[in-house]
Design a protein around this ligand. Structure first.
Ligand code: GLP
Length: 244
C-alpha cells in the first residue's frame, strides 16, 4: 500500500483523476468500479472535464457498481445509481450495455449478487476501484465484522451508516440494508484507490492505517492490497503519527 497526502482536496482529486486516465490510456477496455459519496465527487468532475477536453475515450470501458441502498430506486437522487448516472455515465457518454449496477429493488437479491460476481469474472476482473471510506471504516457497504472472504452480498447496515447516509437524501429515509461488492473483490482488484478528505475523516483514517488489520475495521484491508493507494488531504491526515 502507498499513502499520499495532498495539501488539499483539489490536489487529491486531480491525482485520482490522473490515475483513472492512466488506466484507460493503457487499457481502453478497462473495467472500473467507482464509489459514490462526497469524497470522489471532485475527481469525477475533473475526470469528465479532462475526458471532454482531451478526447479521452471511455467508450470501450466497463463500469461496475460498488454498492447500493436496498429498496431505493434509481430515480431517487440519493441512490448510487442516480449519482453515477449524473456524475460519471452521462458526462462520459457511457452506453447502457457497459454499465453493470445492482438492482436494489430486485425480489431476488442473492441472484443479483450472483450475476454481479459472474459479470466481473466474465470481464476478467476489475482493473481500478475508486473507493471511499465510511465514518465507521466501511468500504462499499462492507461494514465492521464482515468476512474478507465474501464476494457480492447483502448486508445489514450499521446504525452509523444508516444515520450518516441520510446526508445523500432530500428527506428522511429508511436505510436498513445494502448490497455491495465484497472485500474479496476489493482485494482482487488490480489497482485500488482509497480516497478521503476533511477533518471528520481524520480519526477513521488514523485507525485504518495504524490499527491491526481486522474485519472489525474493513478499511484496514487496504494494507493487505499489493497495489493499493490511499490518497488523503492534509485535514484527513492530521491525526496520523507519521504525518505529524
Ligand atoms: C457510503 C458508501 C461508500 C462511500 C462511503 C463514504 O455510505 N456506501 O461507497 O464510499 O460511504 O462516503 P462519503 O465519501 O460521502 O464520506
Amino acid at each position: 500500500m502507498k499513502l499520499e497526502i495532498f495539501d488539499n482536496y483539489e490536489g487529491l482529486s486531480l491525482r485520482a483523476a490522473k490515475e483513472i486516465i492512466g488506466v484507460i490510456q493503457r487499457k481502453p477496455n478497462a473495467v472500473f468500479c467507482l464509489a459514490t459519496g462526497d469524497s470522489p465527487k471532485r475527481t469525477y468532475a475533473l475526470l469528465t472535464n479532462e475526458a471532454t477536453q482531451s478526447g479521452v475515450d471511455f467508450s470501450k470501458a466497463h463500469f461496475i457498481g460498488l454498492d447500493e441502498w436496498v429498496g431505493i430506486p434509481p430515480s431517487n437522487p440519493g441512490s448510487c445509481h442516480y449519482y453515477l448516472d449524473t456524475n460519471v455515465f452521462r458526462p462520459l457518454g457511457i452506453s447502457a450495455a457497459r454499465i453493470h449496477l445492482f438492482d436494489a429493488l430486485s425480489k431476488d437479491l442473492p441472484n443479483e449478487c450472483h450475476s454481479m460476481d459472474e459479470t466481473i469474472r466474465r470481464l476478467g476482473g476489475i482493473d481500478l476501484m475508486l473507493a471511499g471510506i465510511g465514518m465507521n471504516g466501511h468500504v462499499g457497504f462492507n461494514e465492521p465484522g464482515v468476512s474478507p472472504n465474501l464476494y457480492s452480498h447483502v448486508i445489514h447496515l450499521d446504525e452509523m451508516t444508516q444515520n450518516v447516509g441520510q446526508k445523500y437524501f432530500n428527506g428522511a429515509v429508511v436505510l436498513k440494508q445494502g448490497i455491495t461488492l465484497g472485500l474479496k473483490h476489493f482485494l482482487e482488484t488490480k489497482l485500488v484507490l482509497l480516497v478521503a478528505n476533511g477533518g471528520e475523516k481524520a480519526a477513521i483514517i488514523k485507525r485504518s492505517l495504524e490499527e491491526n488489520i481486522s474485519e472489525n475495521l474493513p478499511a484496514t484491508f487496504i494494507r493487505k492490497h499489493s497495489n493499493g493507494k490511499v490518497f488523503i488531504d492534509s485535514a484527513a491526515a492530521f491525526k496520523l503519527i507519521k504525518a505529524r
